[in-house]
Structure formats: C-alpha cells, structure tokens
Design a protein around this ligand. Structure first.
Ligand SMILES: O=C(O)CCC(=O)C(=O)O
Length: 310
C-alpha cells in the first residue's frame, strides 16, 4: 500500500468555514501546533513517570525516551500493570489537555455552536510488539449522531512509531462493512491513504465515519497518545461516552477525580443539558462470537485487538 502526506490545514485554522469545508471534502484535518508543545510534553512526562514505576521502560535508557522494556510481553504487561493504566487514565493533566482552550475554540469554529468534549476518551500505550490498530470507523464504537475524533500523540510520533493513517474521502459512504466488530474495512480504490510524522502539539481530526488505522510500531519505543471525541453540544451523545473508560478502573467520576489536586476540568459537561441515547450495537457486537473463537484458537493479532477494544 502507498501513503501520501497529510494535507496540512494549519493555515486555515482560524476560519471555521474553511475547516468545515475541508472536513466535508477530505474527512480529516491535520493541524500543526494546535496545542502548545510544552503542555503536551509535560503531560507525557507525568505519564512516563507513572509507567516507569511499573517497569515499562528499558533500564539502560532515559525514561524520557520511552524505550520499552522488552522482557514484558503483552499479556504480562496487561495483567501486571493494570494499576499503571488506571493511574495514567485518571491523571488530571491528561483530562485537562483534552479541553485545552485552543481545542475547544477550534471545534466551536467548526460546529458553529458550543463544543462538547466527550467525557470518555481513549489513552493508548502502543508497545513495539503489539499489532497495529486495524482500519475502522469510530461511529460504530462510539455511537451518537455526529462527532469528530481528535488523535493526539503525547510526544513526537514519527511514521515508524505507529502513527495514525487516514483514508482520505472514505467518510462519504456512511458505515461500511468490516471484517468483524467494526474492525478491518476493505480498501476502496477511490480512497487516498495519508500519513506522516505527527509531533507533540499537532493533532489529527476526522469525522465519525472516516476510515483510519495505525501503522506498525517498528521502533523500540512506546507510542503514547490519546483520542478524544468532540461534538456539537446540542446533539445527543451515546451512553457509553459519558462514563469513565474501563481502563480507568473506575465506575464513578468521583473515583476518577479522587486524587486530583484541583477541581479544574471536572464535570465540565454538566454545564450542558445533554440528551443521552443508547449505543446502537448492531455493527459492533454482531461478530464477537467469531472474533473470540479465533482469538481462543491462537490468532494472536485478533486477541490483541479484542483486548484493545474491550
Ligand atoms: O491510536 C490508535 O492506534 C488508534 C486511534 C483510533 O482509532 C482513533 O483515534 O479513533
């Protein structure tokens, strides 16, 4: 497969009309330096320090490099360091980064109304030995009516460190058939796959039906990133998006916030009169029996993917 470079939308950052036109045309926006680089690096440093307490990194390299401790396989890592993931997900600085004023004002320009940041988000730690994220559309997993995803690497992410790739113009056909559970969409000849280095502070924004995936992480470093979802506050949101992620280990938001040093950034969505709807699980759950069967029969790529989905 060949990849073209991202179309850079930094120059049109201040024009809501141009941003929405481009989003409608390409299905994505790549914006450099939307979030101050140092804010991102500070969050990265906090998360690396937590992860380091749980032995994630190679002892012979500086923690700041995020070089993976290769003696931990994915299974050991998952069971032995769940506590690290719980703490990382609840980290207050990550939560505040998602609602950075530069981010909110960008989405308000695009939506032309107040922007709601979904309370739930995904924090990813992509180890070199894991399989990449297969191609999918977020609508299937997140539900709701209309939202954009924003992918933010927490540190510089070169192409070979598992960066995101996007199928430009793939958002126009609605929900597409996938191999299972919304994952693994067959390529279409009219799409142009785009990718490139995404540095700390840069963001990738795409619609809820834009097909995307990650490239393999061929380095010896862990790729940290988060993906947040943003929507016009007046539209319904799915119930699965207003609860803490399973990775947090928390059921209630109160538990997420219990070790925060400040209340800034807590319960921000309560300012809106949200209409909450159920998730239409039609596309999502239908293939699970097959997927689990394959994972149990020794398909490790399937197993890794399922572990990341649930
Ligand atoms: O970071 C990844 O590997 C996948 C991200 C993703 O699927 C998303 O941002 O919706």
């Amino acid at each position: 497969m060949t990849y073209s470079p991202f179309r850079d939308s930094t120059e049109i950052l201040n024009s809501g009309d141009s941003l929405s036109e481009r989003l409608t045309e390409d299905g994505y926006l790549f914006i450099r330096g939307l979030i101050p680089r140092n804010d991102v690096l500070q969050v990265r440093s906090g998360l690396l320090n937590i992860a380091n307490e749980y032995g994630w990194f190679d002892k012979n390299s500086p923690v700041t490099e995020g070089v993976a401790n290769t003696s931990l396989d994915a299974t050991t890592l998952r069971s032995a360091t769940m506590a690290a993931v719980n703490r990382m997900w609840c980290d207050e600085e990550v939560h505040r980064l998602r609602i950075h004023p530069n981010v909110l004002s960008l989405f308000e320009r695009i939506f032309k109304e107040p922007a709601l940041t979904h309370p739930k988000f995904t924090l990813r730690h992509f180890f070199p030995n894991l399989s990449p994220t297969d191609s999918h559309q977020d609508h299937v997993h997140v539900g709701g009516v209309k939202f954009c995803s924003m992918w933010v690497p927490l540190g510089d992410c070169p192409v070979d460190q598992g960066v995101l790739a996007i199928a430009s113009k793939s958002h126009k056909e609605g929900v597409l058939k996938a191999k299972f559970a919304g994952m693994g969409i067959i390529d279409h000849p009219s799409w142009e796959w785009v990718t490139g280095t995404v540095n700390a502070g840069d963001v990738l924004i795409f619609t809820n039906t834009t097909v995307h995936k990650s490239l393999p992480n061929l380095t010896n470093k862990i790729r940290l990133s988060f993906d947040g979802r943003y929507q016009p506050a007046s539209l319904p949101i799915a119930n699965v998006s207003v609860i803490p992620a399973a990775d947090s280990g928390c059921v209630e938001w109160e538990d997420v916030y219990k070790n925060w040093s400040s209340t800034s950034g807590q319960y921000y969505w309560k300012q809106f009169n949200l209409e909450v709807m159920g998730l239409d699980a039609m596309h999502y759950e239908v293939d699970y029996p097959v997927a689990f069967g394959r994972a149990k029969a020794g398909d490790n790529a399937m197993r890794d993917m399922l572990l990341r989905l649930i």
